[in-house]
Design a protein around this ligand. Structure first.
Ligand code: HDE
Length: 725
């Protein structure tokens, strides 16, 4: 008899013998509404080791008896087409993916609320901006721009800061970035910009980075990008956390009062946590050790009850200011310095709930710039006008049909009534006889009616002029604000900008592209241009020919610097404590107390994940094994080791990297006397400076945490970087 024809055991026996894992118990804090509903409606339960769980069903609700084995003709025979459970399961799996966003593919979202703290009723009729103390639900999605969905969090990139406020007058989507200006002035250039930034089309690399020929080719041929490039080469493009970055609406919008009078507005989100970024060398390493660094940080902070918070600020101005301003307020490559138009704080945004399901919420959320409630309106910024088309259009492709507003995360949380109907996946359909308007079916059957008083009315601007493809002359100054940004930075920040440009251009193969870029820098700052040329080993090119001959010397603006807007505390930051067996228990205890007092958090790193036994016999579990917990994951570090433990660490490459990296990244460090040997073997014992604090008494733990409020010991950078010497 051929092997395949052998008689087999009855299938009931096979089924009985197949391994079954007990399904996990449901999450303690409840499941998402989407999944909870069917189970909540009195489904039968099944007893297993984890307690009572719902009985698994197919998507049609048919109870499943065996989820491990497909239906076969004989135990070793072919799978049968009749197996509806198998086919449904596989069919659904095959269709799990939707297209990733063409830009901003990698993102992370959270829920929260917006609360008005100062009424804007003087300038807008928008309901959400009227009554102090009133809250509306919010969903925020942060993102990187260039990388695919699976790319790393610490890419040098702009961060998206998209906010959906579920107001009583419909959804308001403020789809902003963490940088207040943009690369281009007209939306028609966006596909080219993004093509140039994304992986090159023939080779499909590099992923999630702009350090390549195509990007700098495009940029150096588009001088309007120079201001934004200063920002993306600054540390703004490598934030420490999504919680420590600003958000900006970028464009000029309008607020409109009940009489139709409009006031120009720029929106700002200011983080209560203060601004903070990582170092570039740190970013590169974080991407390796924890590509999810930013999403993990947000998830952990919210789950720990340390809710991130931003203030909503508005810059309000009128036509008179717009006319007198040196730049065009419709030009998204320009900002309005806060010294000229102060930011008025009017609200707070708090994120206090992580998502239940990443796909259902973060992936399916659909932001559209044109979603503004009555009382908010657009300006003629040609970038914003183009976006208003693009966002709605892109959701059709991504979410598969016009009914994406039926998905819970996108559905308004206020009453809705309209005659839109049918289409793929229609979940909400109009009731009644009439599905058109006007109709004469009366209140019961006739459905909703328009309301000129309460409804959205566009500002009645008067436009004229010939139909033409032109760029306004008022958009022509591409360098003055780039220079203003540069001179507003602290010296260490200026150095980082220079380093970043040298790094990026070093990855550009064509010398003419490098040179062309430096020719623009000469119009921004001669020292910067000379430093970059020197860093590249390039002769200084002639300055690029500017579209507008006069480049203005604008005054520095403190609001543009990260370091001038950092926190004055260590709250919400993380101390990495490297412990060994026999480490001083009192010192560990003192550190933990000091961390708590500062509102910070700590993680223990140890030679083994099982943890260590301290000098008094206490066992302490480790969060990270030393080679999985390098110091780049922490804002500051402490090494608390016994003599024996330190001697072992001194032989370990990962432990040596731990301290040399923390040192190179200008972190505050605490070390016990016994740990000295590790620093010696790592080769930095002689270099230790006032940012490296001894840990001998409990008071020293407090001193370390107090020092940590400075976040980094910047003077050290001049001693650890060849480019700085
Ligand atoms: Fe976007 N942008 N964008 N963008 N953008 C998208 O919409 C687009 C621009 C921004 O978390 C896409 O739903 C054009 C500026 C964020 O879901 C797409 C132009 C700013 C997000 C699109 C711009 C942004 C997007 C891709 C030039 C800051 C992520 C997927 C006119 C003010 C939203 C999607 C999220 C996403 C088009 C320029 C911010 C294709 C045409 C300027 C935060 O519609």
């Amino acid at each position: 008899m051929a092997k395949s024809d052998k008689p087999t055991r009855p299938s009931s026996i096979v089924a009985a013998q197949s391994a079954r894992m007990a399904p996990p118990p449901p999450p303690a804090d409840g499941v998402s509404d989407v999944y909870a509903e069917p189970q909540a409606e009195g489904g039968e339960t099944h007893q297993c080791a984890g307690g009572d769980v719902a009985i698994m069903t197919t998507a049609q609700g048919i109870p499943v008896a065996d989820n491990q084995n497909s239906l076969k003709q004989g135990a070793r025979g072919p799978t049968l087409l009749e197996d509806a459970h198998f086919r449904e399961k596989m069919f659904h799996f095959d269709h799990e993916r939707i297209p990733e966003r063409v830009v901003h593919a990698r993102g992370y979202g959270a829920h929260g609320y917006f609360e008005l703290t100062e009424s804007l009723s003087d300038v807008t009729r928008a309901d959400v901006l009227q009554r102090v103390g009133e809250k509306v639900p919010a969903f925020v999605r942060f993102s990187t721009v260039a990388g695919s969905k699976g790319s790393a969090d610490l890419a040098r990139d702009v961060r998206g800061f998209a906010v959906k406020l579920y107001t009583q007058e419909g959804n308001w989507d403020l789809v902003g970035n963490n940088i207040p200006v943009f690369f281009i002035q007209d939306a028609i250039k966006f596909p080219d910009l993004i093509h140039a930034a994304k992986p090159e089309p023939d080779r499909d690399f590099p992923q999630a980075q702009t350090a390549h020929d195509n990007f700098w080719d495009f940029i150096s041929l588009s001088p309007e990008a120079m201001h934004m490039v200063m920002w993306t080469m600054s540390d703004r493009a490598i934030p420490r956390s999504l919680r420590t970055m600003e958000g900006f609406g970028v464009h000029t919008f309008r607020l409109v009062d009940a009489e139709g009078k409009s006031t120009f507005v720029k929106f700002h989100w200011k983080p209560k946590q203060g601004l903070q970024s990582v170092a570039w060398n740190e970013a590169v390493k974080i991407n390796g050790v924890d590509p999810d660094f930013h999403r993990r940080d947000l998830w952990d902070a919210i789950n720990a009850g340390d809710f991130p918070e931003w203030e909503l600020g508005v810059q309000l101005f009128d036509d008179a200011f717009a006319d007198s301003f040196d730049f065009d307020v419709l030009d998204a490559t320009k900002l309005i310095p806060e010294e000229l138009v102060p930011v008025r704080i009017v609200g707070r945004l708090v994120l206090d709930r992580v998502v239940d399901n990443f796909f259902a919420e973060t992936e399916q959320v659909a932001f559209c710039t044109q979603n503004v409630p009555p009382g908010i309106d657009f300006s003629n910024d040609p970038l914003l006008q183009g976006r208003n088309f693009s966002y709605l259009d892109t959701q059709l492709k991504r979410l598969g049909g016009p009914n994406f507003t039926h998905i819970p995360i996108n559905a308004p949380k206020c009453p809705m009534a309209h005659f839109q109907q049918d289409g793929h996946m229609a979940m909400r359909n109009p009731k009644g006889r009439a599905n058109y308007e006007p109709n004469s079916w009366g209140a019961e059957q006739g459905g909703p009616r328009e309301d000129p008083a309460k409804g959205f009315v566009s500002v009645a601007t008067v436009e004229d002029g010939p139909k033409q493809r032109v760029r306004s002359e008022s958009f022509a100054d591409h360098y003055s604000q780039a220079r203003q940004f540069y001179i507003s930075q602290m010296p260490i920040e200026q150095k980082h900008i220079g380093d970043a440009i040298v790094f990026e251009l070093s990855k550009v193969e064509r010398a003419d592209i490098r040179s062309r870029t430096v020719s623009h820098l000469r119009n921004i700052d001669e020292t910067l241009a000379a430093t970059v040329a020197d860093g590249l080993g390039l002769p200084l090119p002639e300055p690029a020919k500017a579209a507008r001959a006069t480049i203005m010397d604008l005054p520095p603006s403190d609001a543009l610097s990260i370091l001038k807007n950092g926190p004055d505390n260590f709250k919400g930051r993380k101390l990495g404590i490297l412990l060994t067996d026999g480490a001083d228990a009192k010192m560990f205890d003192a550190l933990v107390k000091a961390v708590d007092k500062e509102g910070a958090v700590y993680e223990v790193i140890a030679p083994k994940i099982g943890g260590v036994t301290l000098s008094d016999g206490t066992a302490v579990a480790a969060k990270q094994k030393i080679d999985g917990g390098p110091s780049v994951l922490y804002d500051a570090v402490a090494v608390v080791a016994s003599a024996d433990g330190a001697a072992l660490l001194a032989m370990d490459a990962a432990a040596k990297d731990f301290v040399t990296d923390a040192f190179a990244h200008c972190k505050f460090m605490g070390l016990t006397a016994e740990a000295q040997i590790l620093f010696e073997k790592a080769g930095i014992a002689d270099d230790l400076d006032e940012g490296c604090l001894p840990l001998a008494t409990a008071k020293d733990a407090t001193s370390l945490l107090t020092a940590c409020r400075g976040l980094r010991h910047w003077p050290r950078e001049m001693t650890v970087d060849l480019d700085a010497v």
